[in-house]
Design a protein around this ligand. Structure first.
Ligand SMILES: [Zn+2]
Ligand SMILES: [Zn+2]
Length: 285
């Protein structure tokens, strides 16, 4: 039986731990994982960095630098060989989808296609009412600063978020098809739901979610079943939430567990507590 962690980070995240990739892999092996995907944040496009208006920590905080790319690839290749008899290690990226930077992103992925096994495509940045592109998952203060509607009209922000994910799926459909594509943590906009006391998605947003799932299905993409939110004080749920997991399963979309580990202790977290299988007949947990 395959036991897979499909969404993991490394020291190249810069906001995570400095532990070696070997330590992450050995943790996964000790937990009985048979497959492991290294999905470090791909470098952000230079033009985007030059125009970025958000907090500088968010700008440089997560993605690896372009100059680090060769070292990252060498590291992944090294552990693939070192642990070849113990675990199947796939090479990957978590790619930030950025509206208006599609051609740069596509060019980057094309240059990586011969090396890449799996790609997680995520939305961490949204355009706001002033057409500034700002992060949604940095901290609650940054979120409300750039998206004040989170407090009074959160459904408007949800709509912006799901529209942007729809664009990310359409973008993904233009990429080469020789690697696996997964849509990352598709309810990340709820990361601070307890802080802002966010309501459930309204009917309009449910329709956007249904559309989104159909597009994911039609393109044979997978969904990241991401447990990082379960341990976050203001979240406490999986991404996507259980009701969406159920819809995705009914459509036959493949959900792939991802710990989103930024430190070795988090590899495999909540795998045994909540897996897509355990949600089969449940709406809530
Ligand atoms: Zn992410
Ligand atoms: Zn991640």
């Amino acid at each position: 039986m395959i036991k897979k962690d499909g969404h993991t980070h490394t020291r190249f995240s810069h906001h995570g731990s400095n532990e070696s990739l070997d330590d992450y892999i050995e943790r996964a092996i000790s937990l009985g994982f048979t497959e492991y995907v290294v999905t470090e944040h791909a470098p952000l496009p230079t033009a985007f960095l030059n125009h970025f208006t958000g907090p500088s920590e968010a700008r440089h905080g997560s993605a690896m630098l372009r100059t680090e790319l060769p070292v990252y690839q060498k590291e992944v290749k090294r552990v693939q060989l070192k642990y070849v008899n113990q675990i199947d290690i796939k090479s990957g990226f978590e790619l930030d989808y950025l509206e208006n930077y599609e051609s740069e992103l596509r060019q980057f992925i094309i240059t990586q296609a011969d090396w890449l096994d799996e790609l997680v495509i995520s939305v961490h940045f949204l355009p706001n009412h002033d057409k500034l592109v700002a992060p949604i998952d940095f901290d609650p203060e940054t979120l409300v600063k750039y998206f004040p509607e989170i407090e009074r009209t959160p459904q408007v922000l949800f709509e912006n978020y799901f529209n942007t994910i729809q664009k990310s799926v359409r973008f993904a459909a233009t990429l080469p098809n020789d690697f696996v594509i997964r849509i990352g943590h598709m309810t990340l906009i709820r990361k601070y739901q307890k802080y802002f006391n966010l309501p459930k998605f309204d009917d309009n947003n449910q329709l956007l979610i249904d559309d989104l799932l159909r597009q994911i299905k039609d393109n044979h993409f997978q969904l990241d079943f991401n447990t990082a939110g379960l341990s976050k004080p203001y979240n406490g749920e999986t991404y996507p939430t259980a009701d969406i997991v159920k819809k995705a399963r009914n459509l036959g979309i493949e959900l792939v567990y991802g710990s989103d580990a930024h430190e070795t202790g988090v590899v495999g977290q909540f795998y045994n507590v909540i897996t897509p299988d355990s949600l089969k007949n449940k709406n809530k947990y």
